[in-house]
Design a protein around this ligand. Structure first.
Ligand SMILES: [Zn+2]
Length: 316
C-alpha cells in the first residue's frame, strides 16, 4: 500500500533494481554454463566498437561489419544447438509498456495510474465501492419505481438517456473534459452513478480521485496525518467530490471548494460533484463564485426518483 508519491517513486526504483538483478543473475548463470557464449558476446561488443571507430576515422567499415555478421550467425547457431532462448540477453520488465519507469512518452503509464489509485484508496476506499458500484451492475428497473412520466417520458427512460450520456462523457473525456453536478436527495442514486462513472474511467486507464467532501477538507488541515489530497485533486484525470453540502461550511471551506472547482475548470479537467442541495440552497450556502460556477459551468442533472414517488403519493 502506498502512502505518498515518494512511495510510488521508490517502488519503481525497486522494480528497476529487481529487473537488473534478475537480468544479471540469469545472464551470469548462462555464462557459467556456456563460457563460449560469453566469449562470443564480448567479441560482438568489440565488433560494434570496431565499426564505430572505423566510422569516426572515416575508414571503410565493410570488414568490421562482415565480422559482426559472422559472429552473430555463430552465436545464433550456438543458441539453437544448446537450446537457449535468443532473448537470454534482454532485460525483462514487470511492465513492458513503460519498462518499469512509470511513464510512456511523458504520460503516466497505466501501471502508474493503478499505483496512484492505491494511494488515494487509503482515504476513499474507492476500489472497494466499485466492486458493486459500476455500470455492469446497473439495474435500470431501479428507476421504474416511481412509475411516473415527465413530459411524456417515463423516469426510467429519462435516466436511461442520462446514463448513455454519462458513459459518453467518460469515454470521450480525453477529447472533451466534462463538469457534472448530480443533484438529488438521498436514495436517488447520485453517489452510485458518480462511482459508476469513476469505475468506467478507471477501466479506461484514467486516474480517478473519489472522495467525500468531508474527507477532502479534512485532508487539507495542517495537522492531518497522511498525504493531503489537494495535489491529487488538481492532477487526477477525474475528480469526484461526493456529498457537497454535508460539510460544515465556513469561509475557509468555501475558499477551498471554490479553488478546486475553479482550478479544474481552468485546467479543462473532468469533475463530478454530487449534492443533496437544491439550486436555491447552493446559492444560499456557496455565495458568489462557487454558486455561479456550479450553475453555469457544470452540467446540472436532477435525480428525482424518491421525490417523484412522494409527489405521486401525495396526489399532486
Ligand atoms: Zn507501466
Amino acid at each position: 500500500m502506498f502512502n505518498s508519491y515518494d512511495d510510488i517513486k521508490r517502488e519503481y526504483e525497486y522494480l528497476r533494481q529487481g529487473d537488473y538483478l534478475r537480468y544479471d543473475e540469469k545472464r551470469n548463470q548462462i555464462y557459467a554454463e556456456n563460457p563460449k557464449l560469453r566469449t562470443l558476446d564480448l567479441d560482438i561488443i568489440k565488433a560494434y566498437i570496431n565499426i564505430g571507430t572505423a566510422r569516426l576515422s572515416k575508414k571503410p567499415t565493410d570488414k568490421a561489419e562482415a565480422e559482426l555478421n559472422r559472429l552473430k550467425t555463430e552465436r545464433s547457431n550456438y543458441l539453437k544447438e544448446h537450446g537457449i532462448r535468443d532473448d537470454y540477453n534482454e532485460l525483462k520488465y514487470v511492465c513492458d509498456k513503460c519498462k518499469d519507469t512509470g511513464y510512456v512518452d511523458g504520460h503516466k503509464c497505466s501501471c502508474f495510474v493503478q499505483k496512484e489509485i492505491e494511494l488515494f484508496d487509503n482515504v476513499s476506499h474507492f476500489s472497494q465501492y466499485i466492486k458493486e458500484d459500476n455500470f455492469d451492475n446497473l439495474d435500470l428497473s431501479y428507476y421504474n419505481q416511481s412509475g411516473i412520466s415527465i413530459n411524456g417520458i417515463t423516469y426510467k427512460q429519462y435516466m436511461q438517456d442520462y446514463i448513455t450520456e454519462f458513459k459518453n462523457m467518460v469515454t470521450n473525456m480525453d477529447e472533451e473534459s466534462f463538469s457534472l453536478l448530480l443533484i438529488g436527495a438521498t436514495g436517488t442514486g447520485k453517489t452510485f452513478l458518480a462511482r459508476c462513472m469513476g469505475a468506467l474511467a478507471l477501466k479506461n486507464n484514467k486516474s480517478v480521485l473519489y472522495v467525500n467532501v468531508n474527507e477532502y477538507l479534512n485532508s487539507l488541515k495542517p495537522d492531518y496525518e497522511g498525504e493531503p489530497l489537494k495535489y491529487h485533486a488538481i492532477s487526477c484525470d477525474l475528480f469526484i467530490l461526493d456529498d457537497l453540502g454535508t460539510e460544515r461550511v465556513t469561509d475557509y471551506t468555501n475558499t477551498e471548494i471554490n479553488y478546486i472547482i475553479d482550478k479544474r475548470l481552468n485546467d479543462k479537467k473532468s469533475t463530478i460533484i454530487t449534492t443533496n442541495l437544491v439550486p436555491d440552497q447552493i446559492e444560499e450556502i456557496y455565495l458568489g463564485p462557487t454558486h455561479s460556477r456550479l450553475e453555469n459551468s457544470f452540467y446540472n442533472c436532477y435525480l428525482a426518483g424518491d421525490d417523484l414517488r412522494r409527489l405521486k403519493n401525495a396526489n399532486i
